[in-house]
Design a protein around this ligand. Sequence first.
Ligand code: AMP
Ligand code: MG
Length: 397
Amino acid sequence: MLPFQDALYYVLQNCRKLKPALTPVEKSRGLVLAQDVVALEAIPPFANTAMDGFAVRSQDVKTPPSTLRIIETIAAGHSPKMEVCEGEASRIMTGAPIPDGANAIVMVEQTEVDGDELTVNISVPVGNHIRPIGDDIPKGELVFEKGTLLTPGHLGVLSSLGLVEVVVLPRPRVGVISTGDELVADGSALKAGQIRDSNRCTLLALLEENDMSPVDLGLLPDNEDAIEKGLVEGAATCDALITSGGVSMGDFDYVKSVLQRIADMRWMQIDIKPAKPLAFGLIADTPIFGLPGNPVSSMVSFELFARPGLRAMMGRADPLRKRVVATAAENLGRRPDGKTHFVRAIVDYVDGKVFVKSGGGQGSHMLASMARSNSLAILPDGSGYSKGDSLEVLILD
Ligand code: AMP
Ligand code: MG
């Protein structure tokens, strides 16, 4: 059996970064910058007030109460027309530019108004409640480096800088193919021996959840020609492919026979449970993950191999799921078999501590327990853990 880390390393090595592409800022969340971003504009672009109130000269309000004359009202988005001279003030709204002559803002709450007469009940220092030009980001500053993962906050900053497009590593288009004569995908009544196609829907949703671009390539019968056509067309139009089923040792596992012909494949038996078999390779330059058909195996295999590989293609510096150390809330037993077990598990966060319990039935056909779980508890070869033990857990949400 191949050690898990070796299998993962092989996958990561063969999942090359995608070509950078210019992308609209509003579509770039979850993607990695392929350029440095330098501020071509200052933020804020002009000195403005942080408060609704009055623009004054600090020296005019030294000994409260001070009486000033209101000369104009400045709304956000409008330019001041008057200079504030001795004994004068301009009413001003949050975000509006500071008028010439003024050097401080008094909050409206600290004033009284009678017609155009203003009483200021406080003294304020020079610069009070004024946000200077470039206070957040000066013009010319290196704001974000190449390699930065873009979050909603980053998109806000890019928009503030006036950028409408950025160069990022794009979302990989990942084609998903289900295979199997037993599968029904249209909701019709099951005939003898049939089951419903659940993997395709799950895998497409996993891709979506991971900020990738899922491409539904449908359900293919156990027919060599149909599978070859599906794989060749998929490889030509997608950045990566995921198949489920048909890669085991059965008589009708045609995905395996086709891939053996048209792809450069590695057939792995990995020292883990579930998801021991993994077929991974390249059709020309397109990575293909031949995941097992069993629904849980296909999900776990996606989490352990396909997701990291696809994230590497997206330039993610953190391709792997986070591992935390949790306390076993119950016994998590197992038998020695030379494999690491990834046990569907439920993690709870209580008073800042992490507790983990089993997510239920661990058969690789038992998808409901996978759906209820939010993590995979890592049980190295041996006899498992007792209640109260510390163990590593992969967090899936
Ligand atoms: P296979 O790898 O094709 O031998 O499939 C292994 C098991 O997974 C069989 O019980 C299949 O019926 C089941 N299976 C394969 N593909 C799917 C799918 N797309 N949805 C649900 N079960 C599947
Ligand atoms: Mg099959």
